[in-house]
Ligand binder design. Structure first.
Ligand SMILES: [Zn+2]
Ligand SMILES: [Zn+2]
Length: 354
């Protein structure tokens, strides 16, 4: 019966049925989007898996607009490998309607993650005005004891639970990214482990230098409150990501990599990270075919979803995502990759020959 209905639908004979619905319409038409996800092509590097993660998301349990399992579904559908749920401790405007303690949103999201084999990391956002600002405790086991007056005590509790502490959006809300003495002290005491260099739709270039100089993890996250599609559209790779270079696809693998500073931040076609990681990503993205060896002529296929732009001897070259281009390069010298940042005013440089 369903097949007949489907055939009739294909040939436009709708009038024979008063109603077609659910499986009559969707079965065998590949229209079930809940089982389809994007593939983000960013290569693995040097023995590590490159995992696409977002370590900063909100739900209705703080000031977000969605139920926690929706966060998991949309991240899975967008091609991510892991997210953290990081509702505010101190700011919960719906708490009279949405019941539950500070771990509830994570529990709901984790349950959904377990159902579909997707990693959900427990986190929370310690929320204060500047100078301290906002910090996420990630990989924590219980957010409830962190609800204390002194934010430095909350950080200590996160660390006692084995937590990774990320300094969030250092430029927000005054457009000034300032490394205050309290941050210098926390970094010195190894109580800040990573910094968001991209958050939502903002960049904080000075934070590239802080990560580089203090060997902290480069992080790029959405801090999403609405549906992802409302803020970023439905295009692949439109949301900021933290790329984690992990030894294994597990929460343990992600945590180990972040504490070791093996990460890079991606947003809007730009990458920020350590030179060794960005060099490896660039090289692993490309397949070179020699056309004329003596002329230095190549056909280069960019197998990744990241378009690279570089200069060599003041000439601009573009390697579009998923395309092959013909180009001629000198045998020696350097290329400067414009969309890869290793510091505030520093682009990635790679020696020729590649
Ligand atoms: Zn925040
Ligand atoms: Zn936030």
């Amino acid at each position: 019966m369903k097949k007949i209905a489907l055939l009739m639908l294909c040939f436009g004979f709708l009038s024979a049925h008063a109603q077609l619905r659910n499986n009559d319409v969707y079965e065998e038409t590949e229209m079930n989007h809940s089982i389809v996800r994007d593939i983000i092509r960013i290569p693995d590097i040097g023995g590590y898996q490159t995992l696409k993660c977002d370590f900063h998301t909100h739900t209705v349990f703080s000031d977000g607009k969605v139920w926690p399992d929706v966060r998991v579904n949309e991240a899975w559908r967008g091609g991510l490998d892991a997210i953290a749920i990081t509702d505010h401790i101190e700011y919960r405007p719906h708490k009279d309607i949405v019941k539950g303690d500070l771990n509830e949103s994570f529990k709901i999201a984790r349950k959904r993650g377990d159902e579909i084999g997707f990693i959900v990391i427990q986190g929370t956002e310690i929320t204060r005005s500047k100078p301290l600002g906002h910090l996420n405790g990630l990989f924590i086991s219980d957010a409830n004891p962190m609800d204390v007056e002194d934010p430095l005590e909350a950080i200590d509790i996160a660390i006692k639970q084995g937590g990774f502490v990320m300094w969030n959006h250092p430029g927000w809300p005054d457009d000034k990214s300032t490394l205050y003495p309290v941050h210098e002290q926390l970094i010195k005491e190894k109580k800040i482990h990573g910094i968001e260099v991209f958050n939502y739709m903002e960049y904080y270039p000075v934070a590239f230098d802080w990560c580089k100089e203090t060997n902290l993890a480069f992080m790029g996250n959405t801090d999403i409150h609405e549906l992802i599609s409302e803020d970023y559209g439905s295009h692949k790779l439109s949301r900021p990501l933290t790329l984690v270079f992990a030894t294994e696809y597990s929460e343990k693998g992600i945590k180990e990599a972040l504490f070791a500073g093996r990460s890079a931040a991606y947003f809007n076609g730009q990458l920020a990270g350590k030179a060794e990681h960005l060099t490896a990503l660039f090289k692993a993205s490309l397949v070179w075919k020699v056309k004329h060896a003596d002329m230095g002529a190549y056909e280069v296929s960019n197998m990744s979803d990241i378009t690279y732009r570089f200069t060599c001897n003041n000439k601009l070259y573009i390697l579009p995502a998923g395309k092959a281009v013909g180009l001629v390069l000198p045998k020696e010298g350097k290329i400067t990759i414009l969309n890869c940042y290793t510091g505030m005013n520093e682009h990635l440089e790679i020696d020729l020959p590649l």
